[in-house]
Design a protein around this ligand. Structure first.
Ligand code: HEM
Length: 275
């Protein structure tokens, strides 16, 4: 190459500020510890790890979006939720890579990881709690990890992103009952008629309630994407392990199928039938 455009590139990093230093690649790229020689085990590990990294970003964006929603400053939250949606799409696309693994490929290393399961992912559980899918049982696998347990406990008792959004509805003059505004946040949210009527007002007069309408549609985006991730997990799991029980000890596919029935923001879906 007689091109000299790269000849000025930095090649000495005495301050430890190279690409690898900044990204801690040594730590990152030595964290894939296969337990067997199975050809497909690196795929299995990398797809899980990449998903955990996306979850880390999702949590960062969600928590900041929630702080903005709590103060009524929804514009920055919209941008953060848009990023959550894009990250969810990446997580959903990861199934395309993973499903190149057949049941036979999987069985070569399945026994090596024993009872480990995504069911024990504390980041995933935190995301569920931030979105409002509260279930105290899900904290049990983390009882021996005080830091993770405390983080989940904080989130299960705090308002979810939807609870915070409902306060904004109320603040906008669409009055909601105390049973909604001061509910026990550790419990899953149950659909409420007054909330549905309030959202109907918003969707019937979007010009007047633009801020709430925009936020509601961003919430629909993230729930829609969450459903897609769940569905693709379910079908990938079914094609790899069929109806065998899960490594985490649940019924497996029937458990994952039940999770498809979860509705995070019920009234936002209900209003669509009534417009
Ligand atoms: C061969 C691939 C996979 C199989 C066979 C599989 C299987 C399962 C099964 C059967 C469950 C139910 C819990 C249990 O009893 O274990 C589960 C839960 C879960 N898996 Fe996977 N999984 C796979 C890949 C992944 C990947 C790549 C991720 C990404 C992080 C993931 C994340 C999760 C999460 C978060 C749960 C909990 C879901 C909930 O509680 O609603 N799984 N998986």
């Amino acid at each position: 190459m007689d091109d000299s455009s790269f000849k000025t590139a930095h090649t000495e990093f005495p301050r430890g500020d190279s690409y690898g230093d900044y990204l801690m690649l040594e730590q990152l790229l030595t964290a894939q510890r296969s337990l067997t020689d199975a050809h497909d085990e690196p795929l299995f590990i990398v797809v899980h790890q990449v998903s955990e990294l996306w979850l880390k970003l999702v949590i960062h964006e969600l928590q900041h979006a929630m702080r903005h929603i709590a103060t009524g400053d929804t514009a920055p939250a919209l941008k953060m939720l848009a990023r959550v949606s894009r990250a969810q799409e990446q997580m959903t696309n990861a199934w395309e890579v993973l499903k190149t693994m057949t049941p036979a490929d999987y069985l070569v290393f399945r026994n090596a990881f024993g009872q480990a399961s995504g069911f024990q992912s504390y980041q995933y559980r935190l995301v569920e709690f931030l979105f409002g899918n509260k279930n105290a049982f899900m904290m049990r696998p983390h009882k021996d990890a005080p830091e993770h347990h405390a983080m989940l406990e904080l989130a299960i008792n705090a308002p979810s992103i939807y609870d915070l959004t409902l306060r904004l509805l109320h603040d906008a003059g669409l009055e909601l009952p105390a049973s909604i505004l001061e509910r026990d946040f550790s419990q899953p949210y149950l659909a409420n008629e007054a909330v549905k009527l309030a959202w109907l007002e918003v969707y019937r007069d979007t010009g007047r309630y633009w801020k709430l309408y925009e936020l509601a549609e961003k919430l629909i985006d993230v729930e829609d994407n969450f459903r897609r991730w769940r569905f693709n997990h379910l079908t990938t799991v079914e094609r790899i392990i069929g109806f065998k029980v899960g490594s985490g000890g649940t019924a497996g596919v029937p458990y994952l199928r039940r999770a498809l029935e979860i509705v995070l923001f019920p009234e936002l879906w209900q209003v669509r039938s009534e417009l």
